[in-house]
Design a protein around this ligand. Sequence first.
Ligand code: NAD
Length: 263
Amino acid sequence: MTAGGGQRAEREPVAVVTGGASGIGRAVVADLAAHGYRVAVLDRDVPGHGDGDREDAGRVRWVAGDVRDPDAHDRVVDIALSLFGGLDLFVGNAGVHDGGIGVRDLAGAELAEVARHVLDVDVVGYLLGARAAAGALADSRGSMVFTLSDASYLVRGNGAGIAYAAAKHAALGVVRHLAADLAPSVRVNAVAPGGVVTGLRTVDGHRVFAGAEEVTATVRGFNPLGVVLQAEQVAPLYRFLASSLAEGMTGEVLRPDGGLAVR
Ligand code: NAD
């Protein structure tokens, strides 16, 4: 699988990944770095270094920041360009969950707070990243890949509440709109996993997949293939979508979710 893009024969491919410090994003960073990419990661929790930036063996640069902050996106893109010499792939992935809330579960003010937080991170965070990366990606004929979810399609039974379902449905709209907007210079695609046991948290910091055994049994029982996927199985799909093999794909979503589309 070769990296796609047009004008970077003399340098290694470069990616920016948001939410790359844990779970699916962390697996994507490892997969890209193992396949020749240099990666700048934007995450609010940079591993092992408090809130400072750091670098691993010259290949991964960790940048501490919040995806709700437009300046954080500009900063990580600037770092990719100045440190690694260009940008070929933007992965929008940082996300938070709503803990499965229904519309009548919270008082109005609390519902507004949770919904705004989820939409800010899971939707506005994607828009801000796309905005910051679009110019450099147009220069390299690069691509964007976003993490959607089974909650971009399903509204019941998958643990998603009303705010998370709204956010992930909206993020599908973001992907489709960007794909139309940025063609032909930048391709925009997505991966929509279902039930990957990660460190995913609610806005108040609770782990969605706490109680691993019970959770894996639930995930397995919910999808037609009876599988629980690991983040490492999902990660290569991002690299595939960024590669020349996917040269003809934009506005598409790959769905590693155990077959929920036929449930
Ligand atoms: P995770 O919590 O392991 O990883 C999410 C990362 O995003 C963390 O490193 C976290 O620090 C970061 N993050 C959260 N809010 C941030 C903010 N405001 N600014 C900067 N960084 C922030 O969870 P994950 O499951 O790997 O989630 C990654 C993406 O996958 C999310 O968009 C999630 O909605 C999506 N997703 C997950 C599953 C699943 O089953 N785990 C399924 C479908 C979609």
